[in-house]
Design a protein around this ligand. Sequence first.
Ligand code: ZN
Length: 502
Amino acid sequence: MTTTSTREALMPWDDVLASYDPALGLEVHVELNTASKMFCGCPTEFGAEPNTQVCPTCLGLPGAMPVVNGKAVESAIRIGLALNCEIAEWCRFARKNYFYPDMPKNFQTSQYDEPIAFEGYMDVDVDGETFRVEIERAHMEEDTGKSLHVGGATGRIHGAEYSLVDYNRAGIPLIEIVTKPIRGAGEKAPEIAKAYVAQLRELIVALGVSDARMDQGSIRADVNLSLAPKGTGELGTRTETKNVNSLRSVERAVRYEMQRHGAILSGGSPILQETRHWHEDTGITTSGREKSDAEDYRYFPEPDLVPVAPSRQWVDELRGTLPENPTVKRARLQEAWGFSDLEMRDTVGAGALGLVEETIAAGASPQAARKWWLSELARRANEAGTELAGLGVSPVDVARVQALVDSGAINDKLARQVFDGLLAGEGTPDEVVEGRGLAIVSDEGALSAAVDNAIAANPDVADKIRDGKVAAAGALIGAVMKEMRGQADASRVRELILEKLG
Ligand SMILES: [Zn+2]
């Protein structure tokens, strides 16, 4: 492993496209939302005190016997079916042997040559075009624990004084979804990668099998990329960029690796087959560890677990529980909401589709729902380093804020202060309006007095309006709104000014 973070040479984007064909591969890990772990009864709740959700099985103590979580198998089958996969009639778990300090057994219980689901596809929409991504397999495995490196500036192991290990996550059920090499994407490779992960996440949410939070690591994407000389149909040497944890980063990582590979190949050097680390802050990848195809994990069938043999009847029953196809659903919602392609794409890209849908169901208009989630709330989520769903503002709250605006009780500017209150945990929107005294003043006497004050303080402006220069009223409206701390209806203030000076 190396600590270098020096910028490597990049080939101009257009030059990459002129000389090379990219091949993409995406490996997405989905953490299931089962109540208990994959092979033991330990709880799976996120954010518990370290090492409080562990037992002999997930700590790998001698003699502990694992048992497969039936709910996790059900979720795996439903994911497989939603990805148009075949479901194995009989499959086994396998031991993947390697050492990792946060993996207490020194092997990961995974699936090797007998995945639960295989040979599927997902149709991905990019700019109104459909691109078919073929799925090689979706298999079941368990997560590792988490290392915490303490004392360094970066939180990485280099420069740390010591490291701690939290095994709460060890044994949480994971489904790993692996695509076949995606070829023919050309200049759209970054967008297709992003759209695939976005649509996969949407599907996972619709299935209800994971909370699918990229920021909390419950969906993690590894991006494989290689370049081949244009038109040769070859597959070049690939790099594998690990744990890219936002949709935007998936797109950026593909673009970056394409330009980096291009610079190396055009200089006559070979690509080193290795894992790469993605750096969100600088937008670059750095070298991880060398990885060869011949890497030997000494897989062998897990002797402590019985094979999984889902009956065809069960599989058919599960097929009946699949949600509406997300692509069909998106088209239906776009039509019903009257969104443009761009508005719809932004909504999906922000991970806000479900939130907007629920806000509309709670009574807001489609445009109002979209406006709050994609502007005000997206900005706050960004500032807080979380996703919209993790912000703590509910669709019902947003619909209520909009209802207060529609009724004239508050205006958009005051609504932003209501969101401040909601984020600060000051109660419901109505309680925040009450508690902070945000309601618009409809007392005509108070408004009239404020208008008189503004006129008295700005005699020059008042004279202009008397002379018919109505546009000058803006300055007086501003003065009144300032005095009323924004809590006045601007159009009523304007009327009063013109009445008094007309
Ligand atoms: Zn356990």
